[in-house]
Design a protein around this ligand. Structure first.
Ligand code: S3P
Length: 193
C-alpha cells in the first residue's frame, strides 16, 4: 500500500519536484529527509546549498553581508536547485516571500506548507537560536508572531497546507504523504476530464 502510494505520487509528479515551505522550526528539513527517503528523491536543503555556495554559514552571511544579500543568494540558489530537479527541497522560512522564487516553485514543483502552531515553533527555535540570525534581534516569540502575520497569507498560496501541532516526525510524514497523494490524484482526475 505504502509502496503503491509512493509510486502513484511519483508518477503523478511526472518529473516535478516537491518543495516544503514554512516557518523556522516547522520541521521542513527533518520531514523533507523522511519524505525524500520514502519517495526516493534526492533531498536538498536550501540553507545548506546557500552555505555551500557562499562557503560560510547562514549566520555569517547575515552578519557579513546583510539580509538583502542573503536573499539574493537564496533566490539564485533555489532556482539552480530546481533546475537540477526533480528533488525534495526544503526552503528557508523567508524564501517563499520572494516572487521570483514562488514563480520558480510553481512552474517546476508541488509546494507544501508545513503550518505548525506558534508554541511548537517557539519551543523548537529556542533550542537552536544561534543558527537563526533573524530571531536574535529581540524576543524570539514576538519576532515569530510578527513574521507569521506577514508570511502566513503568502505561505497560503502553496498548493497544499498541512496543519500540525506536536505530531511526531513519522506522523507528520504520513499526513504529508496522504495530502500529497490526494492532491495529485485530484489534479490527475481534472486533467483527464
Ligand atoms: C529564515 C529562516 C532560516 C534561514 C535564515 C532566514 C527566515 O531557515 O533561511 O535564517 O527568514 O525565516 P529555516 O527556516 O530553515 O530555519
Amino acid at each position: 500500500m505504502t509502496r503503491a502510494r509512493s509510486e502513484r505520487i511519483l508518477s503523478h509528479l511526472n518529473g516535478r519536484s516537491i518543495v516544503l515551505i514554512g516557518m523556522m522550526g516547522s520541521g521542513k528539513s527533518a520531514i523533507g529527509k523522511l519524505l525524500a527517503s520514502t519517495l526516493r528523491l534526492p533531498f536538498r536543503d536550501a540553507d545548506h546549498e546557500i552555505e555551500e555556495a557562499a562557503g560560510r554559514s547562514v549566520a555569517d552571511i547575515f552578519e557579513d553581508y546583510g539580509e538583502a544579500e542573503f536573499r539574493r543568494l537564496e533566490t539564485r540558489v533555489i532556482a539552480r536547485v530546481l533546475d537540477e530537479g526533480p528533488v525534495m527541497l526544503s526552503l528557508g522560512g523567508g524564501a517563499y516571500m520572494c516572487e521570483e522564487t514562488r514563480k520558480a516553485v510553481a512552474s517546476s514543483a508541488v509546494s507544501i506548507w508545513l503550518d505548525v502552531d506558534l508554541e511548537t515553533l517557539v519551543e523548537r527555535v529556542c533550542r537552536n537560536i544561534d543558527k537563526r540570525p533573524l530571531l536574535k534581534t529581540g524576543d524570539p516569540r514576538e519576532i515569530l508572531i510578527a513574521l507569521l502575520e506577514v508570511r502566513s497569507p503568502v505561505y497560503a498560496r502553496a498548493d497544499i497546507r498541512v496543519r500540525t501541532s506536536g505530531v511526531s516526525k513519522t506522523g507528520m510524514r504520513e499526513s504529508v504523504l496522504k495530502r500529497l497523494d490526494d492532491y495529485l490524484s485530484k489534479e490527475a482526475g481534472k486533467q483527464r476530464k
